[in-house]
Design a binder for this molecule. Sequence first.
Ligand SMILES: Nc1ncnc2c1ncn2[C@@H]1O[C@H](COP(=O)(O)OP(=O)(O)O)[C@@H](O)[C@H]1O
Ligand SMILES: [Mg+2]
Length: 494
Amino acid sequence: MRKITVKQVSEATNAELTGENKAEVSDVTHDSRQAGTGALFVAVRGLTMDGHRFVNDVMRRGAVGVISELDAPEHFQGAWLKVADARTALAQAAAVINANPSHDLKLVGITGTNGKTTTTYLTFALAEANGETGAMLTTVEYRIGDKSEPAVRTTPEASDTNRFLRRAVEADCQMAVMETSSQAIDLHRCDALRFEVAVFTNLTRDHLDYHLTMENYYDAKKKLFDGRLGETPKSSVINVDDDWGAKLAADLKLNNQKVITFAQNNPADLTAENVEVSLIRGTSFDLKTKHGVRKITSPLVGKPHVYNMLSATAVALELGYDLDKISQGLKICVGAPGRFERVAHDGEFAVVVDYAHSDDALLNTLKTARELTSGRIITVFGCGGDRDKTKRQPMGEVAGENSDLVIVTSDNPRTENPLQIISEIEIGLKKTDCEYLVISDRRDAIHQAIRRAKANDVVLIAGKGHETYQIIGSDKFHFDDREIAREALENLME
Ligand SMILES: Nc1ncnc2c1ncn2[C@@H]1O[C@H](COP(=O)(O)OP(=O)(O)O)[C@@H](O)[C@H]1O
Ligand SMILES: [Mg+2]
């Protein structure tokens, strides 16, 4: 790796540098525990903790200096880089220390309330289908080619992302695709990255505990597209069936940026017509693009996934991939785990595990399920504790309005009382006339749901998707909706 000095980092971060400037920098981090020999430590003043508390500690352990918004303390030994914004500087420093890996591959950023993970998986698969090696950062896993590691968070800190992307370049990846959550964008985790393509999937009410208003939320996402993170993406792929997406497309066009639109209900650069969805056969549609028209078949089930296929296809075309290979890739890609994932069995009803954990995602998922069956929908779900409480009642209402039987249970209650969370969901459920049961033990709830299923019914187990754990109090237990569903299905056979 290229050697880089404190002085070079200070230039990249527009810092006011005092103290040592020739020292070599090996790494940058805002996590004091990771700030080893040769590292620059970014002292971030967070909501609960002030990083400056750890300055002496990291210097004792061999850090070369500190990036901070404050003046250097008197008699400070080492390099002090005073910057306007510590988080922005973290991202800029991480990019330069890792020799700007985002310049050495085609980077795709995907933002939006729903569909990020699925679109990321699809885009990765389309790269493979075109003979490229890809990397991806997702809610479920981080991946370089065929090597996977568990995800720590959907969008890592800039220091981790740049290190990861450098590894991807060294592993000869030609492309990388990452979920870029609005919160991560807001926290400057995606600054100083060069995006070849940025994608906007949709914008609905979730994460309002963090962003407070839809306008703030929109504005956070918009930063990925309008150059406020550094550079504008070469092209922006936008869902114009979504009102906020239509607004974004119009705003970017006014700015003379390259915009590729996709839609199912409006005119757009990429559209899907004659969409047919079946729980058994999967999905098919006529894909229309400027590069040609193709009949697409996919094992993914549901109209939301048609959006994801459209956006992944738009990205793939922007990356220069071949339309026939794209349609071949879509034919075999099973998408992301736990996103309307069918649990295979021989019974005459369907069991679907889905990650929907907002009222809007739940509504989409339930609508998808309703279109696919003439039978009943039995929904099992709960809401997470210590997270956005405003969605509990709406989720109850959505579940009640769109199911034939709801079993309210626990999600990850964390430190909250599960029964309290459930009672907040019940307020929404009681507004509907749907029959419902409360079974706070999630395993029991899944067993009950499957025991009650008859021919043509859909049992929808929502909220946890790919997760393989449940957090109760501060303990994390192994728990996998798909395993429990299989266990319940096996019980039926006995
Ligand atoms: N394009 C879409 N529009 C609406 N809902 C979607 C879309 N794609 C997936 N979903 C649903 O949203 C939830 C989350 O999907 P996922 O791909 O994990 O998105 P994200 O990473 O943005 O959370 C799932 O319930 C899934 O079925
Ligand atoms: Mg995700």
